[in-house]
Design a protein around this ligand. Sequence first.
Ligand code: PEP
Ligand code: MG
Length: 574
Amino acid sequence: MSLQMLKGIGASSGIAIARAYRLETQEPVIEKVSSRGSQSELQRFEAAVEQGKSQLKDLMEITAQRLGSEEARIFEAHLLVLSDPELLGSVKDKIYGDAVTAEFALKEVAQEIIAAFESLNTEYLRERAGDIRDVTRRVLTTMGGQLYYNHNPINEAVIIVAHDLTPSDTAQLDRVFVKGFTTETGGRTSHSAIMARSMEIPAVVGTAGAMNEIQQNDLLILDGGAGKLLVNPSPEVILQYEAKLLEEKRQQAEWSLLAERCTFSADGHQVELAGNIGCPDDVQGVLDHGGEGIGLFRTEFLYMGRSEVPSEEEQFQAYKTVLEKMKDKAVVVRTIDIGGDKELPSLKLPKEDNPFLGFRAIRLCLETPGQELFRTQLRALLRASIYGNLKIMFPMIATLDELREAKGVLQEEKQKLRSAGTEVSDSIAIGMMVEIPASAVLADLFAPEVDFFSIGTNDLIQYTMAADRMNGRVSYLYQPYNPAILRLIKMVIDAAHSHGKWVGMCGEMAGDRAAIPLLLGLGLDEFSMSASSILPARSSILQLSQAEMGVIAQQALGMSSAGQVAALVKRLLH
Ligand code: PEP
Ligand code: MG
């Protein structure tokens, strides 16, 4: 056991101390080697199938409890695959007929079945290919003596160590047992990182080499704030971090006294602090942390990690739940923003070379046949609108035409519902994300056509600096304090205010303690962030003068580099 420190990017603050749980997600590599005897290969195969079945039964039970019986049915289908006489018979024939290993025989047979399913016309049957792939991987991994994520339910405190976690993997993490996670890939604004913050799971991403350096059950200390990971630390270091953990708890208790307060700067300027959520379960966290509203509901997470798109009814229930829980507080629901690093397998979209510049968000909504995906979501939202203070926001708007078309579709669906006798609120505010430089530059033309803007700095920064938010190699260019970004933000705020509209920010910059003074000074009206950042943000703003920050922001706008602005802010905070 060697003591080591691994550096990464702090994605979600907080300290976690627990054993490592490695998630192996790579495809097992199966070579064609001669078998050790067909009889023993068959026995190994049959034993792995039985093990797979019992894992699936456990998983079904747990999924039914945690997510519902609908989701649990996915694994029922997997169980059927493992009992399919044709598949089992073909593997057996290959093991004997070709004298190959059980792994090789299964891989070959599965590939044939997958190809056959993939060539079918019916979508449901094509989707079965994914089931076969998943089940095959489960059995292959079991034969290799390894753990297969998803079917070994985690039931003790762990820190997950993985090469990569997709947002749907992250959504499946059990908050009770998963004390933290680290991935070799990803950046601060990758969606797994954002979800970690809303789930309040400490996380460090971009920890190169973690899968090589960390063994199953190694003791880990993960420091999400500092972006580091200690492997097998000494007892003194553990004590030190246990003390830090206590201090973190004390600080949180102090902040929690601010939960019921509105947010005024020291010179009496009021702003709103809201929370970003990905599912109805996240609402409680926002309320507990003193959120004055929901500034961004990333609805695409309702669609992810499942085999079919959620129905209108299911979406309606989700939106209604959020609106009711928030009572009369504002809830900004963003229409589906799929694409980029958020894939939706059920849509079966072709792979793109530059997904962040591709067919995503509003583009996909307006261009899919019949706009059914979009219209279904809008109907669900409109029907839910009478249960609270709903605001609808469109993502990735680049042109006025897109905005007008999206608003037109919304209007059509509203009229259709009303003529069918369905009640719809008549005070739904309509806004758009400003996350593409083109819409920031033309903010004065967009402003008269919306009720509000919400600046999406996660994308605005990557598009302005031409630096992929997921690419660690260019992360030095991902500069929130670059005066170019600050000037764009100012343009948006000024344009909105001159048309009497309010401006929020729901990108990660809004919750960044060092950026808050500048944003306050630039006149931002609403700051929307991960629940856990709300109280520290309120504590900062209560002590800042908006007028003084205006002067500081003005200085920052005139600077020539992000470094100079960062130094200015640093002086201010100390
Ligand atoms: C953003 O781009 O800043 C944003 C809030 O949207 P997302 O992170 O979901 O792309
Ligand atoms: Mg975005």
